[in-house]
Design a protein around this ligand. Sequence first.
Ligand SMILES: [Zn+2]
Length: 137
Amino acid sequence: MADTATTTPEARSEAEWRAHLSPEQYRVLREHGTERPGTSCLLAEKRAGTFACAGCGQPLFEQGTKYESGTGWPSFFAPLDGAVETTSDRTFGMVRTEVHCARCHGHLGHVFDDGPAPTGLRYCMNGAALRFEPAGE
Ligand SMILES: [Zn+2]
């Protein structure tokens, strides 16, 4: 999908983001929303390929790091090098580690330390924040 926006993702205003994203994508990426579990079509995505940021297209996760966590959100045990950044999130009376895109800073989800080997991490992502790009297309 060609990026037709005139502004680079790093410099977009909130109005430009609103025009660029679907309402659900905007709610997740820009307002730190969480999609309802079990609703993402990416849960069943098994083809080889890459999961990219729905905001700016930066590749974030490879299919080989995706696993079935049973949570209802697409889950990965490792991101691509340098693709994501984390911050401490103290909303809802909990301390969680928020994960966002390193390029456009769009909110992706959270990371927990109850994931599988080799990392022991569970990147619990909102499917609305991701775009799947099949290998070889
Ligand atoms: Zn991004």
